[in-house]
Ligand binder design. Structure first.
Ligand SMILES: [Zn+2]
Length: 289
């Protein structure tokens, strides 16, 4: 825990107990980010909000909350977050500058996080915005702790998921490198990330959940493995996994049906990166905080 950052948490939202912790998930779409988000968010001290990057689309009417609400005012959760921000800071939720690079991002992100925690009663926010640029900005915000988690699939499995959505082999290879290379480069001793191989997570989720929750200053809760599918959600973004009611974690092995030439091409182009991520994952999972 970073005492300097906590000490710097002097903020108008003084009624809320610090520190707020953000578990920030990085990874490709369809790499298990939504599943991991749901499992982590099932902890009694945590809330899964999907991705803050989706708030702009939500405000613009392009994305709905998982409860079906098309506008924040129609959602029982986001309307309360909006009311909290309005009451405490005299601003509207839609006016917060929550896009990386916008002036005032740091102060507005803290206001946003405090409002989410006040309304939900949680102290841990699981944000699966997935991109490293936003992570870098959130890490520079004082007054909150950030735990970055990088989840990845093996190249064949990632392509099998993309292929189901109609994506070609070339696009998979580009996306695999684009997203994961940024995460690998960000994962340095001075900005470490917990690396989670999707396949290993499905086989032994407790190992990874315990590691992440320990970093968040908490312990794994049984609901995270047994009842993550039962929670009411107000999630922005994510795939169909956000609607899952079952709490079963099942390894998707559709990659076994890939054409041989595509599988070989994936191995030749992406395996070195996958091995590098696998290597970083060994360190993270074997040495929980
Ligand atoms: Zn909602």
């Amino acid at each position: 825990m970073n005492d300097a950052k906590i000490a710097g948490a002097a903020h108008p939202a003084a009624g809320f107990r610090p520190p707020i912790t953000i578990i920030y998930i990085v990874g490709n779409t369809h790499s298990g980010t939504t599943l991991l988000n749901r499992v982590l968010g099932a902890h009694p001290e945590a809330i899964n909000i999907g991705g803050t990057k989706n708030l702009q689309s939500f405000h613009a009417g392009l994305k709905k909350c998982s409860c079906g609400a098309a506008r924040a005012e129609e959602c029982p959760f986001w309307s309360r977050v909006g009311a909290e921000i309005s009451e405490r800071y005299g601003r509207a939720l839609r006016d917060l500058h929550l896009e990386p690079g916008w002036s005032g991002f740091a102060a507005d992100y803290v206001q946003f996080a405090h409002a989410v925690c006040t309304v939900s009663g949680a102290r841990i926010i699981v944000d699966s915005s997935r991109d490293v640029v936003r992570l870098r900005h959130i890490r520079s915000v004082g007054g909150i702790d950030v735990i970055p988690v990088h989840i990845f699939k093996q190249p064949r499995a990632q392509h099998a998921s993309y292929r189901r959505k109609g994506q070609g082999l070339g696009a998979t290879i580009r996306e695999y490198w684009r997203v994961n290379l940024k995460a690998v480069r960000h994962n340095r001793p001075d900005s470490p990330m917990i690396v989670v191989p999707y396949e290993a997570f499905c086989r032994d989720p407790a190992r990874y959940v315990a590691t992440i929750m320990a970093q968040a200053g908490s312990c794994m809760h049984r609901d995270q493995l047994e009842r993550w599918g039962g929670a009411d959600l107000h999630v922005l973004g994510g795939n169909r996994m956000k609607f899952a009611k079952s709490s079963e974690i099942r390894l998707d092995e559709n990659w076994q049906a890939l054409p041989l030439m595509e599988a070989v091409a994936l191995d030749l182009t992406c395996l070195p990166l996958a091995l590098a991520m696998q290597w970083k994952a060994r360190g993270a999972a074997s040495a929980p905080a």
